[in-house]
Structure formats: C-alpha cells, structure tokens
Write a protein that binds this ligand. Structure first.
Ligand SMILES: *[C@@H]1O[C@H](CO)[C@@H](O)[C@H](O)[C@H]1NC(C)=O
Ligand SMILES: *[C@@H]1O[C@H](CO)[C@@H](O)[C@H](O)[C@H]1NC(C)=O
Ligand SMILES: *[C@@H]1O[C@H](CO)[C@@H](O)[C@H](O)[C@H]1NC(C)=O
Ligand SMILES: *[C@@H]1O[C@H](CO)[C@@H](O)[C@H](O)[C@H]1NC(C)=O
Length: 132
C-alpha cells in the first residue's frame, strides 16, 4: 500500500516538473540568433551563413542561408554592420559565431579584425535576417 502510494506521488511530481523544463527552452531570445539557432555553418565559397533556427511559439525549425555581404561591412578596417565586406577584406574565416578577416583601412593598412555575428544577425521566426 505504501509502495503504491509512493509510486503515484512520484508520477504526479514527475508530471508537474515536465512543463517547467519545457518552458525554459522557448523563445524570448530571438535577438541573439545563436541562442535559438543550431547547425550554424559558414560557406567560404560565397561567404554565406546557414543555420537551423527555432520558429516562434516552439512550433518547429527552419533552415535558411544568408549572404554575409548583405549584413557585414568594412568600417575603417574593422568588420561591422554594413555590407560587402568581402570586396575589401581577405583571409576570411569563421569559428563558433565569430567571423574573422584581414581588412584594408582607408590608408591601405591591413588590419586583422573579428565580429560576433550575434551583433549583426537575428532569428526572425526561423529565418536569418540582417539586423538585431
Ligand atoms: C548569445 O547567447 C548565447 C547562448 O545563450 C550566449 O552564450 C552569448 O553570450 C549571447 N551573446 C550575446 C551577444 O548576447
Ligand atoms: C552559397 O552556397 C550555399 C552552399 O553551397 C548555397 O546553399 C547558397 O544558396 C549559396 N548562395 C547564397 C547566396 O547563399
Ligand atoms: C554591394 O555589392 C552589390 C553587388 O555588387 C552592389 O549592388 C551594392 O550596391 C553594394 N553595396 C554597397 C553599400 O556598396
Ligand atoms: C589570417 O587569419 C588567421 C586566423 O584568423 C590569423 O591568425 C592570421 O593572422 C591572419 N593573417 C593575416 C595576414 O592577417
């Protein structure tokens, strides 16, 4: 009898705990794309980024690709929000969520620079977008 009661109580506690655990995995974090996107990959052939991102309301995911030249520019030798960074930057690499490159500044000097793509990209209901 006591064993049966314990089992029932354990089952009730387990059911009560589950919704709380699920609730913490959803949205309200969309401005930081890396917190709601997975499989983030960089294609060096065309400087594009592909990621699988959560839809609003935890209704699934979508995989999209965005050309980083639409979101990232060369601002006086530093990677920054803007466009067409690849026309004046070389040695382009990607790690985690950080894009790195060697960019030319207005006086012709080459500067090694990096940018956290969370500062220029967002997850807009599953779709990668420029801007945060
Ligand atoms: C983005 O979210 C990740 C994971 O939650 C966190 O580690 C990182 O610090 C955040 N970055 C910014 C710029 O908010
Ligand atoms: C860039 O390359 C990837 C992988 O080959 C492809 O999916 C994507 O459509 C290409 N173009 C752009 C603009 O991202
Ligand atoms: C970026 O490059 C595209 C394609 O070459 C061009 O149409 C656009 O005007 C450029 N934008 C800027 C801000 O230079
Ligand atoms: C090229 O990039 C790598 C890795 O980001 C860096 O260590 C190296 O200094 C860069 N080379 C030049 C010439 O800027």
């Amino acid at each position: 009898m006591n064993t049966l009661l314990s089992s029932v109580l354990l089952a009730i506690f387990a059911m009560a705990a589950a919704p709380g655990a699920l609730a913490t995995s959803v949205n309200g974090r969309a401005s930081n794309f890396s917190s709601t996107c997975t499989k983030i990959s960089f294609n060096s052939a065309n400087n594009s980024l592909t990621a699988t991102c959560e839809l609003s309301g935890n209704t699934g995911t979508e995989t999209t690709t965005i050309p980083l030249n639409a979101c990232v520019g060369n601002d006086n030798g530093e990677l920054a929000a803007g466009s067409n960074f690849s026309t004046s930057c070389g040695n382009i690499s990607f790690s985690g969520v950080t894009l790195s490159a060697t960019c030319e500044n207005p006086t012709g000097n080459l500067i090694h620079t990096s940018i956290d793509l969370n500062s220029v990209l967002s997850n807009n209901n599953g779709v990668l977008h420029c801007g945060v």
